[in-house]
Design a protein around this ligand. Structure first.
Ligand SMILES: Nc1nc2c(ncn2[C@@H]2O[C@H](COP(=O)(O)OP(=O)(O)OP(=O)(O)O)[C@@H](O)[C@H]2O)c(=O)[nH]1
Ligand SMILES: [Mg+2]
Ligand SMILES: [Zn+2]
Length: 324
């Protein structure tokens, strides 16, 4: 992975590496078996206006080594194979926030309870992964909190997402259930784990690699939500080969980079019907003779998936042509 070359302008050393951690101002860059804390050139921020973070974990970069203190200076970001972005919230609302770059698969974690399984959130993430052409998997964590009464619901969710073509793993990070299957699925790949705070993303990584001993945080009894314990994305090597990227919990996953008229194509369960609608520009919302809505009424499309589609459509309409 590491290669050094003489500098074109001085006797400085240039190295190629991978960004393994990003706090916003400092980046850990791994070159061979060294990790070099690095800063970035200000020009990257100017060149990437509208992006909250020009460099993301997983990025391949070139750094110039500062011999005096052993830190690096990122001089080049290499072309990305892929990236997963979401809409930034808060003061930079609407801007692009890059979650991870150059990954083989995105795993979206939802828990059975504490916090409750959120299909809307999951569907947004799956649409974003599809739009960025990144394979996605689903992890249903905390199955130890399943009761006889809630078991059928969890099994139905498992089936729903498996039917869409995603690998689905039902696990318990704290009880060690399904961790071997998780390990096998992660082997030799670069995996990113994402999802709401408190679903157990970091606990899952600790279950895979106990030596990492990463910090986890309790779910609030009052809100039943996580407390945003992981504060920045970090890439960890796995003993069996491969990598996993832990990411901070997301409050709300905003889809971007999708035109409203293309949205149904990123729903593998809706897409087969769209050509059978009466109107070629049907939005599968209010129009008569809509094949998608007919499929929902027949039970061929789950109503929650159609609701997710409509909710994302609504948020995308705000960004694009309002008349669509
Ligand atoms: N019952 C149960 N609790 C779990 C399981 N996995 C994680 N937890 C608990 O859920 C809480 C949150 O776990 P974390 O791993 O910190 O969650 P996270 O998704 O990394 O959260 P953020 O870093 O805030 O995004 C902790 O109290 C964990 O012990 C599980 O399989 N079963
Ligand atoms: Mg965490
Ligand atoms: Zn339609």
């Amino acid at each position: 992975m590491a290669s050094s070359s003489p500098s074109p302008d001085s006797d400085a050393t240039y190295l190629d590496g991978v960004v393994t951690s990003s706090t916003g101002s400092w980046y850990d860059v791994q070159t061979g078996n060294r990790t070099i804390p690095s800063r970035m050139r200000g020009k990257f921020r100017l060149e990437t206006e509208g992006v909250t973070n020009p460099i993301a974990v997983g990025d391949r970069v070139t750094i110039r080594l500062t011999e005096e203190d052993g830190t690096g200076f990122i001089t080049e970001i290499h072309d990305r194979v892929n990236k997963l972005s979401r809409r930034a919230a808060g003061p930079r609302e609407g801007q692009e926030h890059i979650l991870v770059a150059n990954v083989d698969r995105i795993w979206s974690v939802q828990s059975v309870r504490r916090p409750a399984f959120n299909p809307r959130f999951l569907d947004r993430l799956l649409v974003a992964a599809a739009a960025h052409d990144i394979p996605a998997g689903v992890i249903i964590n905390k199955i130890d909190l399943m009761t006889e009464a809630t078991k059928p619901k969890v099994m139905n969710l498992h089936l729903r997402y498996a039917d869409l073509g995603h690998p689905v793993l039902a696990v318990s990070a704290t009880k060690g259930v399904g961790i071997d299957r998780l390990r096998a699925a992660f082997r030799d790949q670069i995996n990113a784990i994402t999802g709401p705070s408190g679903t157990g993303k970091t606990t899952l990584i600790n279950a895979l690699e106990p030596d990492l001993n990463l910090r986890t945080g309790a779910v609030s009894d009052k809100t039943q939500k996580g407390t945003h314990t992981t504060t920045h994305a970090e890439l960890h090597p796995l003993a069996d080969g491969g990598y996993v990227i832990d990411t901070p919990g997301i409050r709300e996953f905003g889809v971007r980079d999708v035109h409203p008229k293309d949205l149904a194509h990123y729903f593998p369960d809706l897409a087969p019907y769209v050509n059978a609608c009466q109107f070629p520009d049907c939005t599968h919302d209010h129009e008569p003779n809509c094949a998608v809505k007919a499929a929902v009424e027949r039970g061929d499309i789950h109503p929650e998936r159609h609701e997710s589609y409509l909710a994302i459509l609504e948020s995308l309409r705000e960004e694009h042509t309002p008349e669509y």
